[in-house]
Design a protein around this ligand. Structure first.
Ligand code: ATP
Ligand code: MN
Length: 470
């Protein structure tokens, strides 16, 4: 009869959202975090990943006979428990389960299973990325990652944006956002060659050179110039050898693109969007946030609330250079108009000078991409970067150049072949419109939301130079 019971999620039982009430039969399944007790009674802390907390399973040892089952239930093993839901005597939990029957799905040899109770370093856990989802830390992070993804789709859907799927394999290398990974089916040992001895990609799978995308923006613009407001949310790839705590070779990016938005509308959207996401997580994920705050970053919740409650500072690049030049901080990279700001500069502005998120606009055109709209000074473009405490750049965006002549001029200046972007240029010939957009790095936002220090710890299976295990 017991085995007819439907499995209850531990989340529902602990939150009092279950159909099962006190005194009724219940079934839970999950992984054993700890087992303690004596020869009369055993306490098993069981976790099924639905919530950070464990449910306590109480076992009357004598009623379990002598078949050695309890001995085999050790940290890491997987079990199914049938029993009665009862009010808990212990503190910190409302309910627990008095077990009447336990089925053992899988053992975990205590001599070998690497996640014994003692704390582990994040470095060690990266080496066992196949098992780290079973830790409290990574359970919390991956549940937050889910909630944040959901909130992103909800925000845009509520605002009338359409989710556009842009390609992962791209035939254009004009995005200019970074070095790319080649996609090819040619035999690397004996590729067909041209008369000049170069690899002849006309024989490759797509009849041309193709790569993994660094950004969905160019295709996103095509969507915006038809559907008005679109967003993308997908993986992007950068073959850069930047071994930092803020760069991945494969990361997820959210790229909204809006017709009829100028740069100010773009900034308003970016600020509203970020605040919505932070507010969503504070409201919906308090348990996971509290756990990460306790373990890693005492000021986490305070910092999230601070960003939520304060206006972002908006200044131009030129004003930022003036502030940095006038400061007595010593920077590794000297400050002068025209430089690409380094993370030390960005963090000085955000953490020391303003103590608030900052949006920088109107960057020198020579350090920005070809598609950004030129200002009337002829020197700066309508770019906007959002800088966050602890992270630096979290968003990069701009108003786009909608004028065909000017865009073509920039493309030629930058040595981009017209034939590679003919389709992009045509949107400026047929019904062009002012439009804007930005890219938000999903894992950069995850760093901010979780308080974690290394971007490798906010994605399940990080890809970084020399690392593609799992
Ligand atoms: P950075 O200067 O920090 O290297 P970028 O200027 O190359 O970034 P963009 O091309 O503007 O970045 O990309 C848009 C957003 O994508 C960035 O604001 C950031 O949030 C995120 N991002 C960029 N590169 C990476 C990366 N290698 N790993 C994770 N996120 C990234
Ligand atoms: Mn950028």
């Amino acid at each position: 009869m017991m085995t007819q019971l439907k499995r209850s999620r531990i989340y529902d039982l602990l939150k009092g959202q279950s159909d099962v009430t006190i005194g009724e039969g219940v079934n839970v399944k999950g992984w054993v975090r700890t087992k303690r007790g004596n020869k009369n009674i055993a306490f098993i802390a069981l976790n099924d990943g639905s919530i950070i907390h464990n449910i306590q399973v109480v076992v009357d040892v004598s009623s379990f006979g002598n078949d050695g089952l309890l001995k085999k239930i050790t940290t890491g093993s997987c079990i199914s428990v049938y029993g009665t839901l009862v009010e808990s005597q212990g503190q910190g939990q409302h309910v627990e389960i008095h077990a009447s029957d336990i089925q053992l799905y899988g053992t975990a040899d205590p001599e070998k299973y690497p996640l014994q109770k003692k704390g582990h370093t994040l470095e060690f856990l990266r080496e066992i990325a196949h098992l780290r989802p079973r830790t409290n830390t990574f359970g919390a992070i991956f549940r937050l990652r889910h909630a944040l993804s959901f909130a992103i789709h909800k925000y845009f859907n509520d605002q009338g944006f359409y989710y556009l799927h842009t390609p992962i394999i791209t035939g254009s290398d004009a995005e200019g956002a970074g070095a790319m990974f080649r996609v090819s089916t040619l035999d690397p040992k004996t590729p067909p060659l041209t008369e000049n001895g170069a690899v002849d990609y006309s024989h490759d799978f797509f009849g041309k050179e193709t790569n993994l995308t660094v950004s969905g923006q160019l295709e996103g613009e095509l969507g915006a110039l038809a559907l008005s407001n679109i967003y993308t949310f997908g993986p992007t790839f950068r073959a850069e050898n930047s071994n930092t705590t803020r760069h991945l070779s494969e990361f997820w990016m959210i790229e909204p693109e809006m017709a009829f938005y100028d740069i100010n509308d773009n900034m308003d959207l970016a600020e509203d969007f970020l605040k919505y996401l932070i507010g969503y997580i504070l409201e919906h994920c308090p348990d996971d946030l509290a756990f990460l705050a306790k373990m890693y970053d005492k000021e986490l919740v305070e910092r999230l609330n601070f960003v939520l409650e304060n206006d972002f500072v908006r200044i131009t690049y030129t004003e930022a250079i003036e502030i940095l030049s006038a400061s007595d901080a010593s920077f590794e990279f000297p400050v002068k108009w025209g430089i690409d700001l380094q993370s030390e500069h960005e963090r000085y502005l955000v953490e020391k000078h303003f103590s608030k998120p900052v949006i920088l606009t109107d960057y020198p055109r020579d350090i920005k991409a070809f598609y950004m709209k030129l200002n009337s000074d002829g020197k700066t473009v309508r770019a906007m970067d959002v800088l966050f405490p602890k992270i630096g750049e979290i968003i990069g965006g701009s108003q786009r150049e909608e004028d065909h002549e000017k865009l073509l001029g920039r493309i030629k200046d930058m040595g981009i072949h017209e034939k590679d972007v003919w389709w992009y240029l045509e949107t400026r010939l047929y019904g062009t419109a002012p439009h804007s957009g930005f890219g938000l790095g999903f894992e950069r936002l995850m760093l901010f939301i979780t308080g974690m220090g290394n971007i490798r710890d906010v994605i399940p299976f990080p890809r970084t130079p020399l690392n593609a295990e799992f």
